[in-house]
Design a binder for this molecule. Structure first.
Ligand SMILES: Nc1ncnc2c1ncn2[C@@H]1O[C@H](COP(=O)(O)OP(=O)(O)O)[C@@H](O)[C@H]1O
Ligand SMILES: [Mg+2]
Length: 252
């Protein structure tokens, strides 16, 4: 069964169409990478899959594990097993990181973390952040580390990650990307990752990538090859050049 199917999805905001007929299939236990220039609609797509406002679906469907979720609320989608890591994780005052992590674990707030949970908090280098308000005064990398740990504690079947590598230093990138790969391998879940950088591919095993350009998805194999082509030729040329490769590929 496909874990996620996006069919002919048309999405707009404030009367402006941003995505005009996006199709996407994500298999189980797969890491799928999406590239695309700024403003092409990557965050719009990822937010729409999660059901976040103000993005409005005017036609098409989103199917998660065989169930049409197009009209479901964010919390219903989260309960079904979808989790979103924001491009810019927001600051939330009034709640400590340790409390949010316990909520993610479905744990009583008075109960301490067990040894395994403590080890993971340590591995994410977050032990000194537990008493702090969520993301308040956190650096880019600290926010992304804290958010990924929240997601992993939720045990989602699908992780939607919007630029998990942006604003992140080299060491945090290695940590974040390795932990994503570990989670995918251990849980059998899938991930859909938006990125601008190829470095994440040093740690995340992925066979499939796509480019979002002109509000359409262009899907291809071999993420690393695509990344090199984008760097050399730019998005437009890469898309037209790759389409020829795809035609050949399909005719084999
Ligand atoms: N809430 C919004 N209101 C108005 N326009 C928006 C909103 N969100 C996104 N857009 C517009 O939609 C387009 C795609 O944005 P976005 O999905 O953030 O692109 P990307 O993540 O690929 O950089 C941009 O032109 C952006 O200005
Ligand atoms: Mg974005």
């Amino acid at each position: 069964m496909h874990i996620l199917e996006v069919r002919d999805l048309v999405v707009g905001v404030e009367g402006k169409t941003i995505l005009s007929g996006v199709n996407l299939i994500l298999e189980e236990k797969e890491s799928y990478i999406m590239f695309g220039p700024n403003g092409s609609g990557k965050s719009t797509l990822i937010n729409t899959i999660m059901g976040i406002k103000p993005y409005e679906v005017s036609s098409g469907n989103i199917v998660f594990m065989g169930e049409d979720i197009t009209n479901k609320s964010v919390d219903e989608r989260a309960k079904l097993g979808i989790s979103l890591g924001f491009q810019y994780p927001p600051e939330i005052t009034g709640i400590k990181l340790s409390d949010l992590l316990k909520i993610c674990l479905d744990k009583d707030l008075k109960t301490d973390f067990n040894q395994e949970e403590k080890s993971l908090i340590e591995a994410f280098r977050l032990s000194n952040f537990l008493e702090r308000n969520i993301n308040v005064g956190f650096s880019g990398g600290e926010r992304k580390r804290a958010e990924l740990l929240q997601m992993i504690f939720l045990k989602p079947k699908l992780l939607l990650l919007d630029e998990p590598d942006s604003g992140v230093d080299v060491e945090s990138l290695k940590l974040i990307a390795s932990e994503i790969q570990k989670y995918i391998e251990n849980s059998g879940s899938s991930t859909f990752i938006v990125t601008h950088k190829g470095d994440i591919l040093d740690y995340i095993k992925s066979k499939h990538a796509c480019i979002l350009l002109d509000s359409k998805i262009h899907c291809f194999p071999e993420p690393r090859h695509i990344y090199e082509l984008i760097k050399k030729k730019g998005y437009d040329e890469c898309v037209s050049c790759q389409e020829k490769i795809i035609e050949r590929w399909n005719n084999v």
